[in-house]
Design a protein around this ligand. Structure first.
Ligand SMILES: Cc1cc2nc3c(=O)[nH]c(=O)nc-3n(C[C@H](O)[C@H](O)[C@H](O)COP(=O)(O)O)c2cc1C
Length: 177
């Protein structure tokens, strides 16, 4: 797929993973894409835990099952846990703003870069914003006060059909001046 809009339209949250393992080099490429994402003051307030060990993957999947959703992530081949780190801002900005002022936006960009790179490699993804943070900290040997941003399930989709996108119309979200 050479056209970016086509790639963006093709990416969708996968809820039918096949259980197939994900190649290590493809996961590295996803992290490389995240590493190249822009960030406020180039602070890069992120770290990633790539879970590919077939014994640990199902344990992470269990941690994402919350409020009756995400059972379907049990068939994901891998997970990328996106962690929020301290953002070191330029001194002038640091005097005015909280250190994490830009962090959520930075992390959102990095997370989407992961999903789009995965898509370009023929993988499917599903972002999971619901998860048991304390359990994940234990499982992944992270400090108990570690800040999380998102868990991304990665794998191969059973169904390849692209669902129609349900989105607000253009004229509702944009004003050209
Ligand atoms: C921050 C965030 C958290 C999300 N959490 C979940 C989740 O826990 N489970 C899930 O199935 N989808 C989750 N999604 C996927 C959204 O439901 C999905 O992106 C949205 O409905 C648009 O559909 P699409 O991704 O297929 O285009 C999440 C998406 C984002 C951006």
């Amino acid at each position: 797929m050479s056209d970016f809009l086509e790639l963006a339209a093709h990416r969708q949250s996968c809820r039918t993973f096949s259980g197939k393992q994900v190649e290590h080099d493809k996961l590295v490429k996803c992290i490389e894409a995240a590493r190249l994402a822009p960030s406020g003051c180039n602070a890069q307030p992120w770290k990633f835990v790539v879970v590919e060990d077939p014994l640990v993957v199902p344990e992470v999947a269990k941690c994402t099952v919350q409020l009756g959703v995400n059972e379907y992530l049990a068939q994901a081949g891998a997970f990328i846990v996106v962690l929020e780190e301290h953002a070191k801002l330029m001194p002038k900005l640091a005097a005015m703003l909280d250190s994490q002022y830009f962090a959520k936006g930075d992390l959102g960009g990095a997370a989407l870069s992961i999903c789009l790179e995965a898509e370009s490699l023929g993988l499917a993804t599903c972002m999971a914003g619901l998860y048991d943070r304390p359990k994940l900290c234990q499982l992944l040997d992270l400090p108990p006060d570690q800040r999380f941003f998102l868990v991304i399930a990665v794998g191969y989709a059973v169904k390849d059909e692209v669902r129609p996108k349900i989105r607000k119309p253009l004229d509702e979200i944009v004003k050209f001046v």
